[in-house]
Design a protein around this ligand. Structure first.
Ligand SMILES: Nc1nc2c(ncn2[C@@H]2O[C@H](COP(=O)(O)OP(=O)(O)OP(=O)(O)O)[C@@H](O)[C@H]2O)c(=O)[nH]1
Ligand SMILES: [Mg+2]
Length: 440
């Protein structure tokens, strides 16, 4: 973008005053009632995280869905009236709208209409900081926007700026179909390059024998707060959705070989454009040997949140990994019965409060024992004169068996990969064949 254009886009965004939004969702069915009520609460948090103020809510009976407008014609009139009454200028749908529905609604209501996916993309655009994060978000936004550029309506109504038009880094999104396509292939190429650099970094990490544990979980569960507690990382943790987008990796205190990664949070119905675009970031999770699945145990929707996280993990092809459920925010759970219930349902689990520090010792102990279990078992024969090598074995691993043979010591030990590698010259075949339990 030219400097002048960029400046103008910046100005037009800053001049947009806080948007006032009406939320529209489907009316609850008796069985899933609780969930639907929460869905609009969550949509409200999302709207606020994007910088809008919620001025009203409207729900629609599932039976009255209209293919052209999603909601029934009568409801469109209700929305229009509420927009006027509350002087609102934005409508946010909790469910995904087809490009045609979105266009029809905008034409009929005369204000910007976005759906949950558009809203989440907008939040991501505002939060992206790293170059990779920005490229990923822009790619996701453009692939969402492209099919929506059919009529002039949407492109024109959006030129004013505001939610749904903001690209990462406060630039405005491209609105020209041909340019969008070119930009998308450029973005893909750039991302591919970054990806190559990343995989080289990963290989070197493996070589150094470090252990990677990934903090994952629903947005706002407390992942970054926990990373800060376990590593003094100083990353941003706050009460809004999607505070974290870019991955951070830190060495864990109290389990020095373990690296912890904190990454983007998940949400119910996480837009598939984002999952696709964030593949590279999420590869960090795929690379981890241990998943610390952080759950906000004080939420009334623990089950749904865990299910959403597992659904995203499945979508990105991460299954069958060692997983520890970290039941967080126990300081906000007054009844011990509830905690016990979740400890029985989600296991293995450790209950903690990342805020107060309660249970952190248990978590560190679990991670340490997980790390020890993963260490390779080796059989070594060292001359007793190799004092410093023997010292390193005791410091960096667990010695399971010792025997003395003249001036040598025979050891069976579980050792960190890197240390085991450096002592390869002392390795011997198993020397305790009779002992079924030990490999040496
Ligand atoms: N009461 C209580 N609040 C907590 C605890 N852990 C985190 N929080 C709060 O929960 C909010 C979200 O915390 P974050 O650490 O930013 O959550 P996150 O999982 O990193 O969220 P995203 O990056 O947005 O996905 C913040 O206001 C934290 O202070 C806890 O143990 N107890
Ligand atoms: Mg975070």
């Amino acid at each position: 973008m030219l400097a002048q254009e960029e400046k103008q886009a910046h100005l037009s965004i800053n001049s947009v005053e806080q948007e006032k939004a009406i939320l529209v969702g489907l009316k609850k069915k008796p069985l899933t009632g609780q969930m639907k009520a929460d869905s609009l609460d969550e949509l409200e948090s999302l709207a606020e995280s994007a910088g809008a103020r919620v001025a009203g809510r409207i729900t629609q009976d599932v039976k009255g869905i209209d293919p052209a407008f999603f909601i029934g014609r009568g409801k469109v009139a209700d929305v229009e009236q509420l927009l006027q009454e509350r002087s609102a200028n934005l409508v946010i749908f909790d469910d995904d709208l087809s490009p045609a529905q979105q266009r029809n609604l905008e034409d009929s209501l005369g204000v910007t209409v976005i759906d949950r996916t558009g809203l989440i993309l907008d939040i991501f655009a505002q939060r992206a900081r790293s170059r990779e994060g920005k490229l990923q978000v822009e790619l996701a936004q453009l692939s969402y926007l492209l099919p929506r550029l059919g009529g002039k309506g949407i492109a024109l109504s959006r030129l004013g700026g505001g939610i749904g038009t903001r690209g990462p880094g406060e630039t405005k999104l491209e609105m020209d179909r041909r340019k969008i396509k070119g930009r998308m292939s450029r973005l893909k190429k750039d991302l591919e390059q970054i990806r190559n650099v990343r995989s080289t970094q990963r290989r070197s990490r493996k070589f150094h024998g470090q252990y990677l544990a990934a903090l994952i979980g629903y947005t706002n569960a407390g992942k970054s707060t926990l990373l800060n507690r376990l590593s003094h990382a100083g990353v941003v943790a706050e009460d809004r959705l999607f505070s974290t987008l870019d991955p951070t990796i830190r060495r864990m205190q109290g389990a020095g070989k373990v690296l912890l990664s904190d990454t983007v949070g998940f949400i119910r119905k996480l837009p598939h454009q984002l999952i696709a675009a964030f593949k590279a970031t999420l590869e960090e999770v795929a690379e981890a040997s241990l998943l610390l699945l952080v759950v906000d145990i004080s939420s009334p929707f623990v089950e749904e949140q865990v299910a959403s996280v597992n659904a995203v993990l499945q979508e990105i092809g991460i299954q069958e990994k060692d997983t520890l459920y970290v039941l967080n925010k126990i300081d906000r759970v007054p009844e011990p019965g509830l905690l016990r219930l979740w400890q029985r349902r989600l296991e293995p689990a450790v209950a903690i409060s990342a805020r107060t520090g309660a249970g952190i010792e248990d978590l560190i102990a679990y991670i340490n024992s997980w790390m020890t279990r993963r260490m390779p078992r080796v059989c070594l024969r060292l001359p007793l004169a190799e004092g410093s090598a023997i010292d390193r074995i005791y410091k960096n691993g667990t010695v399971l068996h010792t025997e003395y043979r003249g001036a040598d010591v025979l050891l069976e030990a579980q050792l960190d990969y890197a240390v085991a590698q450096s002592l390869r010259r002392f390795s011997i075949p198993p020397f305790r064949k009779k002992h079924a339990s030990g490999r040496c």
